[in-house]
Design a protein around this ligand. Structure first.
Ligand code: SF4
Ligand code: SF4
Length: 476
C-alpha cells in the first residue's frame, strides 16, 4: 500500500510498555535497602509518639493545622518561625545540587518517590505475573480468564498500596489514630477524603501506568540538572572502546575481532526506563545502576572483567580512551563546585541549629493604631494606642510584666486589665490593646515623634522580649 505523500508524518509515537527483567547485584541491593527505608519512614512516621506534656499533641511528627504549628520530635515550629522550614527547603535544594554535581541523577535513580513507588509496583507485578518474558507474553495475549485474573489481582494490589500511600499522607496533618478511626467510620472531614482520593489516584496512575513517562515528560528535574553537571560528574557510561564491535563470538572466530559486548541485551532488558545505555548518555537515564549489575553478571559468566558499563565521568572516558588511568573517585567528588555546595549547606544548617537553640520562648508584635495617631483626652493628656500580639511558647500559662524604655513621663495602661501584668495561657497568643499616655503639657506630649521600647518579661523565667515602636505627641 502506498503512503499518501500529502499527509505529514505523525510526530506521535505510542508508548512501548517497559517490562524490566529481574536483576541481582550491588546496585539492585542498594535500591532494595533504600526503598525499604524510605517506605518505612513514610508509612511509620505518623504513628510514632512523643510525649510533650498534657497540653500538646503526642504525635512525633505533626503539621498541626488547627493550632498552626509544626511538631518534629522535640522541635516545635510556630508560624512566625517559618524561616526554619524555608531553611530546610533551601538545604534540601542544595543537597540535591551537591549530589547531582557529584554523582548525576542518583536522587532520581534511588530515592525519588516516583522511582521508589514505581519500583514497588513493578515488584508486585513481577510477583503476580512473573518475570519479563511472562509479563510480555501476558501483555501480548488476548483477553482471557488468565489475563483478567492476573491483571485484576495486580490492579487491586496497586490500589491498596496507593490507598495506603494517600492515607499515610493525611496522617501527618492530624492525630493518626483518631483520624484513622474517623476515616473508617466516615466521620472525618471531607478534605481528608478528597486528599486521600487524589493521592490514591495519582499513586495508582503514576506508579502503575505512567512510570518512566513521568520522569521523561513530566518532571522538570532532568532539564535543570544539566546545569549542575560537568565533565567530572560521575554518571553511567558504556566503555564502547572496550565493548565494540559488539556481537556474539562464533566458533572459529578470533577473540580479537570482537569487543567485550556480546550483544545479549541484558542491560536493556533490566532498564526501568527502557533505554539502551550503549547509545550514549540519555536524558531518560536515571543512573539507577541496574544495567551495571546486569552487565557485570554477563561479564562474570563469559570470563571478562567487570565494568563494561560503569559509573564513569567524562574525564575518565577521555583518559581511558588514551590508555591512561582514570582519575580517583575522590578527585571527581572534591572539586570547587561540590565544596561550595557543601559549605553553603553546612553554613545554613549550622545557622539554623544556632537559631533553634537561641530562640526565645516568647514572641511579640506591636502595631501602633494609626487612625488617629493620637487622641487628646479630656484632661489634655495625649494617648497613643497599640495592638499587641504576645505569643507564649511555654507549655504552661505565664504572667508577663510590660514595661517601657526611653519613654520618660509616659504612663502605660492595659485595656481590660489592672496594672502592668497580663496572663497568657500555655501555647497561646494574647491580643492585648495597650495605651501609652503622656500627661498634659509634658515635654513628651508637646513633642513630635519619639522612639521607645516596650519590654515583655515572663515572671519567674526571666525570658523577655522587646519591641521597638514610636509615640506621637501633639507636635507630630
Ligand atoms: S549487558 Fe553487557 S554484554 Fe550484554 S548487551 Fe549489555 S553491554 Fe553488551
Ligand atoms: S540505562 Fe542503566 S542506569 Fe540508566 S536508567 Fe537504564 S538501567 Fe538505570
Amino acid at each position: 500500500m502506498s503512503e499518501d505523500i500529502n499527509t505529514p508524518p505523525s510526530l506521535y509515537t505510542a508508548r512501548e510498555p517497559v517490562f524490566p527483567r529481574r536483576v541481582k547485584g550491588a546496585f539492585r541491593s542498594l535500591k532494595w535497602w533504600i526503598m525499604g527505608v524510605t517506605l518505612a519512614i513514610y508509612y511509620v512516621t505518623p504513628w510514632l509518639r512523643w510525649d510533650r506534656g498534657p497540653h500538646l499533641p503526642d504525635q512525633a511528627v505533626l503539621v498541626d493545622l488547627a493550632s498552626r504549628r509544626f511538631f518534629f520530635f522535640m522541635i516545635e515550629i510556630w508560624p512566625h518561625e517559618f524561616y526554619f522550614v524555608a531553611g530546610l527547603l533551601i538545604m534540601a535544594g542544595l543537597g540535591l545540587f551537591l549530589f547531582t554535581s557529584a554523582a548525576g541523577r542518583v536522587w532520581c535513580g534511588y530515592a525519588c518517590p516516583q522511582t521508589v513507588w514505581t519500583d514497588l509496583f513493578i515488584q508486585v507485578e513481577r510477583w503476580i505475573e512473573g518475570d519479563r518474558n511472562a509479563r510480555l507474553r501476558l501483555h501480548r495475549q488476548k483477553w482471557d480468564g488468565e489475563k483478567l485474573a492476573k491483571y485484576s489481582v495486580k490492579w487491586l494490589s496497586w490500589l491498596l498500596i496507593a490507598l495506603a500511600t494517600g492515607g499515610a499522607w493525611v496522617f501527618y496533618f492530624s492525630d493518626a489514630p483518631t483520624l484513622l478511626k474517623d476515616l473508617v467510620t466516615l466521620t472525618a472531614h471531607p478534605v481528608a477524603y478528597v486528599t486521600v482520593a487524589i493521592l490514591t489516584a495519582t499513586t495508582f496512575v503514576f506508579g502503575g501506568f505512567m512510570r518512566e513517562q513521568i520522569c521523561i515528560y513530566a518532571c522538570p528535574w532532568p532539564r535543570i540538572q544539566a546545569a549542575m553537571m560537568d565533565e567530572d560528574t560521575i554518571t553511567i557510561g558504556y566503555r564502547d572502546w572496550r565493548g565494540e564491535p559488539r556481537g556474539k563470538l562464533k566458533k572459529d572466530e578470533s577473540p580479537e575481532i570482537k569487543g567485550d559486548c556480546i550483544d545479549c541485551m541484558a542491560c536493556v532488558n533490566v532498564c526501568p526506563m527502557g533505554i539502551d545505555i550503549r547509545n550514549g548518555q540519555q536524558l531518560a537515564c536515571i543512573t539507577c545502576g541496574l544495567c551495571i549489575d546486569a552487565c557485570n553478571d554477563v561479564m562474570d559468566k563469559i570470563g571478562k572483567p567487570r565494568g563494561l558499563i560503569d559509573y564513569l565521568a567524562l574525564t575518565d572516558e577521555t583518559a581511558e580512551r588514551q590508555g591512561e588511568k582514570p582519575i580517583p573517585v575522590w578527585k571527581h567528588i572534591l572539586r570547587p563546585r561540590t565544596i561550595l555546595y557543601t559549605v553553603l549547606w553546612a553554613g545554613i544548617g549550622i545557622a539554623m541549629l544556632v537559631a533553634l537553640f537561641l530562640r526565645a520562648d516568647v514572641d511579640v508584635n506591636v502595631s501602633p493604631v494609626r487612625n488617629p495617631v493620637f487622641v487628646t483626652l479630656s484632661d489634655g493628656s495625649i494617648r497613643n494606642t497599640y495592638d499587641v500580639r504576645l505569643r507564649n511558647q511555654f507549655h504552661e500559662a505565664r504572667e508577663f510584666r510590660i514595661s517601657l524604655e526611653g519613654a520618660e513621663g509616659i504612663r502605660l495602661e492595659l485595656e481590660g486589665a489592672e496594672g502592668d501584668i497580663v496572663r497568657v495561657g500555655a501555647d497561646q497568643t494574647l491580643q492585648q490593646r495597650v495605651y501609652l499616655i503622656a500627661p498634659a503639657g509634658s515635654e513628651v506630649a508637646e513633642s513630635g515623634r519619639i522612639d521607645l521600647t516596650i519590654w515583655f518579661e515572663a515572671e519567674g523565667s526571666g525570658s523577655r522580649v522587646k519591641a521597638g515602636t514610636v509615640f506621637n505627641g501633639k507636635g507630630n
